[in-house]
Design a protein around this ligand. Sequence first.
Ligand SMILES: NC(=O)c1ccc[n+]([C@@H]2O[C@H](COP(=O)([O-])OP(=O)(O)OC[C@H]3O[C@@H](n4cnc5c(N)ncnc54)[C@H](O)[C@@H]3O)[C@@H](O)[C@H]2O)c1
Length: 360
Amino acid sequence: MWPRRVASFAEAFTQPRLIGAHQVPRRPVAVFAIAPWAFDGVFPADLLTRLRQLVDIDPATTFTSFEGPAAAAALAEADILLSGWGGPRIDAAVLTAAPRLRAVIHAAGTVKARVDPVVFDNGLVVSSAAEANAVPVADYTVAMLVLGAKQAFSRARRYAAAVEDAHGDWFSGEGTGLHGCTVGVIGASRIGRLVLRRLRAFDVEVLLYDPYVSAAEAAALGAEPVGMDDICRRGDLVTVHAPALPETRHMLDARRLGLLPDGAVVINTARGSLIDTEALTAACATGRISAVLDVTDPEPLPPGHPLFALPNVLITPHLAGAQGRETRRLGEFAIAEVSRFVNGAPLLGRVEPEQLPYIA
Ligand SMILES: NC(=O)c1ccc[n+]([C@@H]2O[C@H](COP(=O)([O-])OP(=O)(O)OC[C@H]3O[C@@H](n4cnc5c(N)ncnc54)[C@H](O)[C@@H]3O)[C@@H](O)[C@H]2O)c1
């Protein structure tokens, strides 16, 4: 077992260091551990300027491996690791090489694969930008709820095939539209909560399944707490936001998909494993229900998979999370976390080890 590191911010950062003949207060030192392909989007120049007002950091150096003398020299001085997509795993060897390290601030979503349990055991602060990554996923979900309720994807294909007319084809639109629908939300996760907040803008009835949320909390989120079967029986649209865990695997299986009302739309931006792909393919092939999938199991689906050919299924290539202009939010969140950390304030994205079994 490692000795727990001192998590006192004052002690970590106010010890003076000798520069020439002078003792100067020590500014915190941070090191980037993020892939170069992700770097510029997450940390554009203006954010780097903001970051450098808080910590000493070399903006020209980022590590995708901690092998070699340059990484060893950087780790020896590092108080904070700013990790991100494509960065290396942070494990016991990193802790040995980085005796000053107090915080891992991850400018991306899940830290599960990135941060070894030994990092938590040593009392280091771990933060994730999952909250910032949740925003575009919630936006995507709401867009898909609106368009899915309109049956816009299958009708666009019918229009392209000249099966449906552009003007006044009211009969094809019968029973469509979000107004007055029942929306089932699976998981009041970070993303699920943002979706619930956005749903307040719509005239819909909202159901929530989440074993970690009390009835009172569900009500405060604007939702009626129900069981999984009820979500399926009552949901005109069902949107999946739970993490991939052993207990959430195939939570939408053939039986539950069979409970969905005719015309229902299933939206999955969480993880493919939460839905039984074979059962979903069979259910959508009947035309009774539709699906919008940003994630699949397997991912990617093999070329020629029958789901690709179904007119009532829209599959996007796992693009709901931060991409393009949206990645800047991750850097902004991470830098705000650095600021909170060096100023001794509580972190908004702090990940506690006891949360790991039920978070993404
Ligand atoms: N498509 C994308 O690009 C994209 C991007 C980010 C996240 N995701 C996925 O979206 C999902 C939500 O991510 P997040 O960061 O909001 O998650 P999160 O870590 O905030 O989720 C944790 C919460 O999920 C709920 N939960 C846990 N077990 C549950 C269960 N058995 N049933 C229902 N709810 C349960 C609990 O409220 C828990 O607090 C995850 O599956 C994640 O992998 C996808």
